[in-house]
Ligand binder design. Structure first.
Ligand SMILES: *[C@@H]1O[C@H](CO)[C@@H](O)[C@H](O)[C@H]1NC(C)=O
Ligand SMILES: *[C@@H]1O[C@H](CO)[C@@H](O)[C@H](O)[C@H]1NC(C)=O
Ligand SMILES: [Cu+2]
Length: 183
């Protein structure tokens, strides 16, 4: 509950906003992220839940900024979703400041920060600010959960569904993660 309120608060404070996933509930910053990345990093994400990685300065080498923008499983254990092969997962994003570039959603092994299998969805050109209007599928789209190798992603924290977007002109990287286990 606390996390939900926090998410709403940080997304409402769209100070210099760019983009993030809002559904399924994404990993949020918290005490464990503050311990690893520094309180300033947490403050930056709480002030603007859509900021790119490039606008965050980790204070220690323990910060895993390039996985989930530094957000940790420890801070988000109450947000773990259960997905099974064939499930259609509806995802929603906010893109208050679009930047044209590629985007995708993949399953990532958090221990190694490597992608498992193929992306579940890929956009060659996403969030194109030159269009009069963004395609509806930029902010609401679905992915179908794949059949994973036996034993993969069965323990909470092992894997995330990661939305990744790179604004080519802006040179800005965006990551939002959804914690899940295979059901
Ligand atoms: C997702 O897109 C980014 C940006 O193009 C790219 O760096 C990354 O390799 C892609 N991920 C996969 C699994 O294709
Ligand atoms: C998103 O919608 C646009 C416009 O309708 C379409 O061209 C594109 O292929 C769609 N992308 C994906 C990944 O579904
Ligand atoms: Cu931006």
């Amino acid at each position: 509950m606390k996390s939900t309120i926090l998410a709403a608060a940080s997304l409402a404070a769209l100070v210099s906003a760019h983009g993030a996933i809002t559904q399924p509930p994404p990993r949020l910053p918290g005490a464990a992220m503050a311990a690893a990345c520094g309180q300033a990093a947490v403050d930056a994400v709480e002030a603007d839940g859509t900021i790119p990685l490039e606008n965050i300065t980790p204070e220690t080498n323990d910060c895993n900024l390039f996985l989930c923008r530094g957000a940790t499983f420890d801070d988000n254990q109450d947000l773990v979703q259960t997905f099974s092969a064939g499930d259609v997962i509806d995802m929603e994003a906010v893109l208050p400041i679009p930047h044209e570039g590629p985007a995708n959603v993949s399953i990532v092994d958090t221990a190694t920060n490597t992608v498992i299998g193929d992306p579940l969805i890929e956009f060659e050109s996403y969030a194109d600010e030159n269009l009069p209007e963004l395609p509806a599928n930029n902010t609401a789209f679905s992915v179908t959960f794949p059949r994973l190798p036996a034993g993969a992603c069965t323990v909470a924290g092992e894997c995330v569904l990661q939305w990744f977007w790179f604004g080519t002109g802006a040179q800005q990287t965006y990551e939002s993660c959804v914690d899940f286990v295979v059901g």
